[in-house]
Design a protein around this ligand. Structure first.
Ligand SMILES: NC(=O)c1ccc[n+]([C@@H]2O[C@H](COP(=O)([O-])OP(=O)(O)OC[C@H]3O[C@@H](n4cnc5c(N)ncnc54)[C@H](O)[C@@H]3O)[C@@H](O)[C@H]2O)c1
Length: 269
């Protein structure tokens, strides 16, 4: 089991929601925390929360979609605590409520930039240890009726990136987890309000915000505890909502049926 006490973790998207929940759980396990996020005010508040748990922490403002910004955050982390042992690439934004053909170019660049390039930029191994990438249950199937194709596409990419990384680093003794939660009670449906200027700046996405149903999601602290368990047990797929199994099974059955048709076609050739 990976020894976490006295080691260092970096968590992106740590100012809110799941990132904040994961940071709390890792602090509770005795880790030093580098908290990274786009929004300095909420980030400083998250740092104070973590320090109140008795952990050492710094906060670093970062835009994960910008490789230079992520590299600078990594240098700040190493100046404060030395090498990193656990890397949590968690920052992400929503793009729900818009059909893929209606998603604008700035929106594609933003959602791909944060959710996909953000995870790519964050991959670093430090002294070895563990990498956690936050995808979503939407990384396994496209939920019908919610027009969330652009978001799901980015999360499918994070699942694939994580699988490839696992294959490449396992000989070096580095663990990889891909976190795939269902609904969690966070501020993700407000993410357009802080879209960076280079992607077009803040804007309103009322169709997305309307999907936020307060009180229906899992508490982020519970997700944090689940991630801590997964790091300790070296789990690759980390799920939090067992009830989503049917949708994923239905997708697999459709793929199986396609194999049956391919087999019939091969025989007839
Ligand atoms: N909330 C859910 O139901 C749910 C379900 C599955 C997966 N997820 C994923 O969990 C992750 C965390 O989301 P959350 O639900 O906690 O949302 P959240 O909005 O509460 O937290 C996300 C944090 O990421 C930060 N962020 C956004 N863009 C950034 C950027 N360019 N650079 C650095 N930080 C940036 C935000 O400032 C925010 O503090 C995301 O990857 C999301 O896709 C969420």
């Amino acid at each position: 089991m990976l020894e976490l006490k006295g080691k260092t973790a970096i968590v992106t998207g740590a100012a809110s929601g799941i990132g904040r929940g994961i940071a709390k759980a890792l602090a509770g396990a005795g880790m030093n925390l580098v908290l990274a996020d786009l929004r300095p005010g909420p980030l400083a508040a998250a740092r104070r929360d973590i320090e109140a748990l008795g952990a050492q922490a710094i906060d670093v403002t970062v835009d994960v979609s910008d490789a230079a910004s992520v590299a600078a955050a990594g240098r700040a982390a190493e100046r404060a605590f030395g090498r990193l042992h656990v890397v949590v690439n968690n920052a992400g934004v929503a793009m729900h409520g818009t059909r893929v053909e209606d998603v604008g170019h700035d929106e594609w660049n933003w959602v791909m930039g944060v959710n996909v390039l953000g995870a790519i930029n964050g991959i670093r191994h430090g002294e070895g240890g563990h990498v956690v990438n936050t995808a979503s249950i939407s990384g396994f199937f496209i939920r019908g009726g919610r027009n969330q194709g652009a978001y799901s596409m980015t999360k499918c990419a994070v699942v694939a990136l994580s699988k490839a990384l696992e294959q490449e680093v396992e000989d070096a003794g580095i663990g990889v987890s891909v976190l795939c939660p269902g609904a969690v009670e966070t501020h993700i449906f407000e993410s357009a309000a802080t879209r960076p200027e280079r992607f077009g700046g803040p804007y309103a996405r009322p169709q997305q915000e309307a999907m936020h149903v307060a009180g229906r999601g899992l508490a982020p602290e519970l997700v944090g505890q689940r991630v801590l368990q997964a790091i300790r047990q070296r789990e690759f797929y980390v799920l939090t909502h067992a009830g989503e199994r049917a949708a994923i099974k239905a997708r697999h059955e459709r793929i199986e049926a396609a194999f049956d048709r391919a087999a019939t076609w091969e025989k007839a050739r």
